[in-house]
Design a protein. Structure first.
Length: 423
């Protein structure tokens, strides 16, 4: 296993290009199961998770390949595997694979998909996915850790998808993908409004689906008989872009982030400006320059357009070196605080109280050996390592490889002293 070593304290400067969105591309690749015709997906990030989804497509009878940012998917002619069974080995490595349920059910009238299980950031149930699929008329049973869903013909329906923690991104995607081939009209209320849901809907529309209201809490889907192949370019990754915005500020640097969509970043921009950061936005790039000492901010994570839970850990690394008290409240995954203990090992002063982290900003962090626990916690530790004095070594960086394409190369291009070592 590799670890990442960072010799911190360098001001990062220069331009960096954001890759395609991980959270967009995963359901979009799943949507290719809705047709037998060829599909081409572009701006695909080379990540562990995208490779996992490509493997899942292969296990479901597709010929799929990721080559230089492009995934081409065609149906293979002779496949002995049942085309509607998604195996535990693959689904357990990545929760997003559960979103093959909707397309498989819509296309084949049945689907057997492994339950994904929990993960380090919380329990992560799938009740909303199942509620939506059931509302479309599918019979659902569970056995041996799998969900089996069956429906001769799905029927359009009205379904409210709000859960205890608000809307669900993948449940909205899953139900939308099941509804596109259902008979009649489906209305999804309390749908997730995330740009990734919009991107998925845009791809489905290119395939011939009839969808309205995507990007709002009410999505309407008029079922069609069949979908065709389509080409699509995935939107830029807003979480990667946000991570580089914070990288500029924690290192007191000056970074221009290219191939991003500033209008997807409203809540983060608002918080950083409130903290006193200088941000210069254009249509597809942003310059983030550290000009003066920042002030602490309080923030609560919320579904889009609220502050993204996927940026909570990274913001915490910035607030941990911003003098004063910041309160960070996690409302999507109340246990998503694995990074707190690791930041404290680097000299941060953070106290967790239930879903709140009370951050007392310190002058400086000091490099230390730390352990990555999940994807965004790893990004937080990289940021902390960049800001700290001395060497930080981060073990278990395979988490980082799930969501950040070429992160070391990109940071190196900005002047960071960062390299890999064998554990
Ligand atoms: C997606 C993102 C993930 C992000 C999360 C929240 C992908 C591949 N992943 O995950 O990076 O952190 O959105 O923005 O897009 N919930 C239920 N029942 C369900 C489903 C979810 O109660 O059936 C709860 C979850 O436990 C959580 C909240 O709803 O508290 C939001 O989760 P959800 O939006 O579903 O997360 P994912 O779509 O899995």
């Amino acid at each position: 296993m590799d670890k990442l070593v960072i010799d911190g304290g360098v001001r990062l400067k220069g331009d960096v290009r954001v890759s395609g969105s991980k959270n967009s591309v995963l359901p979009i690749l799943a949507a290719t199961l809705l047709t037998d015709e060829p599909c081409v997906v572009r701006n695909v990030p080379g990540l562990r998770d995208t490779n996992t989804m490509v493997k899942i497509l292969r296990s479901l009878g597709k010929n799929a390949e990721l080559n230089k940012g492009v995934v081409s998917v065609v149906s293979s002619k002779n496949n002995s595997l049942p085309r509607w069974v998604a195996d535990y080995k693959l689904v357990s490595t990545m929760r997003a694979s559960f979103c093959v349920l909707g397309p498989l059910l819509g296309r084949f009238g049945e689907a057997r998909v492994s339950l994904p299980g929990g993960c380090v950031i919380g329990i992560r149930p799938v009740d909303l996915h199942l509620k939506g699929i059931k509302a479309l008329g599918a019979a659902i049973s569970m056995d041996s850790g799998y969900v089996y869903a069956k429906a001769k013909q799905l029927k359009g329906s009205h379904v409210y998808l709000g859960g205890v923690y608000g809307s669900s991104v993948l449940a909205t995607g899953n139900v939308m993908m099941a509804a596109v081939l259902a008979k009649g009209k489906t209305v999804i209320e309390s749908a997730a409004c995330e740009p990734e849901v919009e991107d998925l809907a845009d791809f489905l529309i290119k395939m011939g689906a009839k969808i309205r209201g995507h990007g709002t809490p009410v999505i309407e889907v008029e079922g069609v008989k069949r979908l065709r192949g389509a080409e699509h370019s995935v939107i830029p990754d807003r979480i990667e872009a946000g991570t580089f915005m914070i990288a500029a500020l924690v290192t007191r640097g000056d970074i221009t982030i290219k191939n991003m969509v500033p209008r997807h970043m409203g809540a983060l921009v608002d918080k950083l400006e409130e903290a006193g950061a200088s941000l210069v936005k254009s249509a597809d790039s942003m310059r983030v320059c550290y000009k003066k000492q920042l002030k602490p901010v309080n923030v609560s994570t919320l579904p889009y357009p609220g502050f993204p839970t996927d940026m909570q850990a990274q913001l915490m690394s910035l607030m941990s070196i911003t003098p004063g008290i910041s309160i960070i409240t996690e409302k999507i995954y109340p246990d998503r605080f694995m990074h707190v203990a690791e930041l404290n090992r680097m000299g941060a002063l953070i106290q967790r109280e239930g879903p709140h982290a009370i951050v007392s900003g310190v002058k400086k962090l000091s490099g230390a050996p730390v352990m990555a626990s999940d994807l965004r916690a790893s990004a937080c530790l990289v940021l902390a390592g960049l800001a700290a004095s001395g060497k930080t070594s981060i073990s278990r960086i395979y988490h980082l490889e799930r969501g950040y394409e070429n992160i070391e190369r990109k940071l190196e291009g900005l002047g960071a002293k960062i390299w890999r070592e064998k554990e």
